[in-house]
Design a protein around this ligand. Structure first.
Ligand SMILES: [Zn+2]
Length: 270
């Protein structure tokens, strides 16, 4: 796992798989782990690191959403106090979510030294803007559906940190597994949060961390532009705007992205 961002209270680790980000936030009050790794060796290293730094602080574990790569590490952190959205806790098909992890593990012949479990949720996010105070650390949550049906955004204060889940990445356009309108709503929420000026660091689920407000705005706008062009293509059938978009954005992993785009168009036509 590469460390891609380090400040006094925040460390972000990037997995060798999918460039998935794991965040560790350390304050006086807590250690907060977000989306704990993917490969077994990475998860083991995170576990060691957490045990070394934790002291007597409580360990919180936040899930941005239930996609297989984000929940695969849970079994190594069953002692943590878990946080996730209401849909994650109560609506998502837990067996199916774990089968997805198993499927990818089997394809890669991955052995995990812990049981695959769907995370039980101790602290459930039920309302837009719900807050959780732990000492002087404040977490505020926002519903973030669209990519999938059970995501949340989290703002951590006083650090000014926005944990974006699988939104506003610089290496991928929106993967819409669930709903275009709800995806748009999530982007609008992000736009509002960023425009408010209190977001100093934005951490996407995949790709690079940014401290620049202009870059945060650019990513949200690019995502909105993508939704527009996908909706237009679903009607017109013309792939050209998408190809120009991919070229302008300079995405690196273009073969897999084309397949994702085709899935998005399929969802729109249904
Ligand atoms: Zn993801």
């Amino acid at each position: 796992m590469n460390i891609i961002y380090k400040r006094s209270f925040i460390s972000v680790y990037s997995s060798m798989m999918y460039r998935m980000n794991t965040t560790i936030i350390e304050t006086h009050d807590l250690v907060l782990l977000v989306d704990p790794g993917y490969l077994p060796s990475e998860i083991q290293a995170l576990r060691h690191h957490i045990d070394e730094i934790r002291d007597s602080r409580p360990l919180y574990l936040l899930f941005t959403h239930s996609d297989f790569d984000h929940i695969a590490g849970y079994g190594a952190f069953t002692d943590a106090i878990t946080i996730a959205g209401q849909a994650f806790a109560e609506q998502t098909d837990q067996e199916q979510a774990i089968r997805d992890v198993q499927l990818y593990d089997d394809e890669a012949y991955l052995d995990r030294p812990y049981e695959l479990l769907y995370p039980p949720v101790d602290y459930v996010i039920r309302e837009e803007g719900q807050t959780l105070h732990i000492g002087n650390t404040q977490l505020t949550f926002y519903i973030a559906h669209g990519h999938n049906p059970d995501g949340i955004l989290t703002v951590v204060e006083p650090l000014g940190l926005l944990i974006a889940g699988d939104y506003a990445s610089d290496i991928e356009f929106p993967f819409v597994y669930y709903s275009f309108p709800e995806y748009r709503e999530t982007l609008n929420t992000m736009q509002r949060l960023v425009a408010g000026g209190s977001v100093r660091v934005m951490i996407p689920g995949h790709g690079s961390v940014t401290e620049k407000q202009a870059e945060m705005e650019r990513r949200v706008k690019a995502s909105l532009a993508y939704l527009d062009l996908a909706e237009a293509e679903a009607v017109s059938g013309s792939r050209q705007p998408f190809e120009r978009f991919v070229e302008r954005q300079g995405y690196r992993y273009s073969l897999s992205l084309t397949r994702r785009h085709e899935n998005n168009i399929k969802l729109l036509r249904e």
